[in-house]
Design a protein around this ligand. Structure first.
Ligand code: MN
Length: 271
């Protein structure tokens, strides 16, 4: 059977991951390769400066001293007997909507899978929701992806509402309005420290967005790609390069500075 990999950012012992395992157990040879401890909001971090040591907890369960993206690297690039045909990340404890996707380790795992050419899905459940329900949603969508595939370089971001879902909606990412302030406190020695990320999130127009769908009781299904280019802005900035190039040439027409002693070294891979 084909290898299916499950991972998450809440850690190998998280109930959301157990629910995913239960729901997807029969979709293939299911392997769990997940961080040994919680990595929420770690984003797309990779561990390049210390070794990764997977611990085998069961025949097909591995806890890794790294990030979700590390786990996907191991799983896809040779740690398992065969590369996976599908990666499912989650079920995250809490929604991953709108701009917040950029912080999410859950979504970064699916991004890493996508970069490495494996169809990938991220699944998150709004706080207070039912993991069994989210597991059923994950299973339906995973089966559809196995049958139909995904568009090139595209991952799916799935959010399940807290109430039993009314249906499944395609939705774009919403925009979060950040009104948060840092919270300053004093420690017992009178030194200041700070907390970020307090306060309830607020959103602008919900029409057509993932937040809107979840707010109305639907599962949101958002296809994401890794092209962060703002194509509309390319047109708006269309006349910048000519002017900037002229300025650059004007500056570089001055006497050349002393050449660097050594050429910059290339790093062996991204970092
Ligand atoms: Mn998480």
């Amino acid at each position: 059977m084909s290898v299916v990999v499950l991972t998450n950012d809440d850690g190998i012992h998280a109930p959301g991951l157990a629910a995913l395992e239960k729901a997807l157990g029969e979709l293939g040879d299911v392997y769990v390769v997940a961080p040994e401890r919680e990595q929420s909001t770690c984003g797309h971090a990779l561990t390049l400066h210390r070794p990764l040591r997977p611990h085998r907890l069961a025949e097909r369960r591995f806890a890794v001293n790294g990030t979700p993206a590390d786990c996907v690297n191991l799983a896809v690039l040779g740690f398992l007997p065969a590369p996976p045909v599908l990666i499912v990340s989650g079920i995250n404890h809490g929604a991953n909507l709108g701009d917040d996707v950029t912080y999410s380790g859950t979504i970064a795992a699916a991004m890493e899978g996508t970069i490495l050419g494996v169809p990938s899905i991220a699944v998150s459940l709004v706080d207070g929701g039912d993991f069994d329900v989210a597991g059923r949603v994950a299973r339906l969508i995973a089966m559809r992806v196995l049958v139909s595939g995904l568009p090139p370089r595209t991952l799916l971001n799935v959010n399940v509402p807290a109430q039993p879902p009314l249906g499944i909606r395609l939705a774009r990412l919403g925009n979060r309005v950040y009104l948060d302030k840092i919270v300053e406190q004093a420690d017992p020695r009178g030194r200041s420290h700070y907390w970020i990320g307090g306060g309830d999130p607020q959103w602008d127009s919900l029409e057509g967005t993932d937040m809107g769908a979840v707010h109305e009781g639907f599962v949101s299904l958002t296809p994401l790609h890794l092209d962060l280019t703002n194509h509309r802005a390319m047109m708006q900035l269309d006349d910048w390069p000519a002017g900037l190039t002229a300025q650059l040439r004007g500056e570089t027409a001055r006497p050349p500075r002393r050449a660097a002693a050594t050429p910059p070294t290339r790093k062996p891979r991204r970092g």
